[in-house]
Design a binder for this molecule. Structure first.
Ligand code: AMP
Ligand code: GLY
Length: 420
């Protein structure tokens, strides 16, 4: 089977790494990929958002399956476009992609199907929003409805911060059309966890859980990022919680999809808040998480191409999905300045010095004059597995120290327990 992976981050490297181990896969392509992916797949210089270019490449090269990594091409309808050309796609269509592309759409879905989530109200004009400022008290959770590269959520501590956020979103339009609608939510407290699920249109199967670290600095300080590290499984999970999530969230979600005519084939990423009164949905994403995927796929024992086939064909209920009992920790190395502006082109050293059982997933890297150089905000995800959580954590950090580039920053508390 010839597979085309669309995207260029650590998530796509992890997907490629796992697919390269499949008996079914004879050729892997990645558009556009990065320097690490280039070791295991043929990288093609077509951007993930260039839907026409991707479709053209897939057709010309008789691609059997396309796997879509990022949310933007999914929301643009890349799945529908590829399917029109007769190509099998792992990733939801445009209609289902509203589950990530519009927070108001998802909140209405959750409410309609009685799935636990924060109370909310949506606004399309600034004046009514300003009149309702502090409606659920403070902190006030203010969200741009559309895609905003993970930056569209503001947790305003007081009235002044809320007014500023509203002005920026609806007055200055810093997120453009993405904030034409704003969702205001009740503030939830608890422990967050990420649950990625395979979905085949009628069956939903959760993967092993993961914990993400969204803020840039240790102790959950500083601005939000795409994610500075993860570990799997989440340490807050137990059988009782898993049953609650299944009964209160997973089952009503898949039933809701069927009822609403959402024919979802791909990964549904459920952002959860484990609060004192049970698990609640913070958000849905319509793709693998980054860097959750790096930790989670290191623990998958089954063939990922088989699972993708089952998701596309609607045979997930018959598919065996096996996980190892090992623990995984992924530590992200980022460029100086990230998540703000940063420089590129810094030479990375030490990549060949890591232990044999460590996988360094590349995110923002490129090859230049025979060197691997930085080319993005998040640069690498150093991922280790161990028999215990502590062992995985120690191995990950011991190996992070072997790699360097000018200005490299990483969180030292990834995997530390009881952060909140
Ligand atoms: P989202 O993009 O919707 O996942 O939001 C980004 C982050 O904001 C989440 O990971 C949470 O840490 C935080 N957040 C979002 N919604 C809420 C909420 N209703 N209550 C508390 N924190 C929230
Ligand atoms: N790590 C969070 C995300 O992929 O959205």
């Amino acid at each position: 089977m010839k597979i085309l992976i669309v995207g260029s981050g650590g998530r796509e490297h992890a997907i490629a790494w796992k697919l390269a181990r499949s008996k079914k896969v004879e050729k892997l392509y990645c558009a556009p990929g990065n320097a690490g992916i280039a070791d295991i797949a043929e990288c093609v210089p077509v951007k993930a958002e260039d839907i026409e270019g991707i479709c053209g490449f897939a057709e010309e090269n008789s691609i059997d399956m396309a796997v879509i990594g990022p949310e933007v091409p999914l929301s643009m309808g890349i799945t529908d476009a590829l399917q029109e050309k007769g190509i099998r796609v792992f990733g939801p269509d445009k209609s289902c992609s509203r589950l990530e592309g519009s927070k108001a759409f998802t909140k209405a879905f959750l409410k309609r199907h009685n799935i636990p989530t924060a109370g909310y109200k949506e606004y399309t004009d600034k004046e009514s929003l300003k009149k309702d400022i502090g409606i659920f008290g403070y902190p006030m959770v203010i969200k741009a409805d559309g895609l905003a590269a993970g930056k569209g959520v503001v947790i305003a501590e007081d009235k002044e911060a809320a007014e500023k956020a509203i002005e920026e979103m609806m007055g200055d339009r810093i997120f453009g059309d993405a904030a034409d609608t704003i969702v205001v939510e009740e503030y939830l407290t608890g422990i967050e966890a990420s649950m990625l699920c395979f979905v085949d249109g009628k069956t939903i199967v959760p993967m092993e859980s993961a914990q993400d670290y969204k803020r840039i600095f240790d102790g959950d300080k500083g601005p939000n990022t795409g994610g500075m590290g993860t570990y799997s499984p989440s340490l807050v999970f137990n059988e009782e919680l898993e049953k609650q999530i299944k009964d209160q969230i997973l089952t009503p979600t898949i039933n809701g999809f069927i009822k609403d005519g959402l024919d979802f084939h791909g990964v549904l990423f459920i952002g959860l808040m484990i609060s004192d009164d049970g698990p609640k949905v913070i958000e849905f994403n319509n793709r693998f998480g980054d860097p959750e995927t790096q930790s989670v796929l290191m623990r998958l024992e089954s063939d990922l191409a088989d699972i993708f086939d089952a998701c596309i064909d609607g045979t997930l209920d018959k598919q065996e999905i096996k996980w190892s009992d090992k623990r995984a920790v992924c530590v992200v190395l980022a460029s100086a300045g990230y998540p703000g502006s940063y420089e590129k082109g810094k030479v990375i050293t030490g990549l060949n010095d890591v232990d044999a059982d460590i996988v360094v997933f590349h995110a923002g890297t490129a090859e230049k004059d025979g060197n691997i150089v930085t080319s993005g905000g998040r640069v690498l995800g150093v991922t280790a597995v161990g028999d215990t959580h502590e062992e995985a954590r120690e191995k990950a950090f011991a190996n992070v120290e072997k790699i360097s580039f000018e200005g490299a920053q990483y969180r030292k508390d990834i995997g530390k327990i009881n952060r909140k």
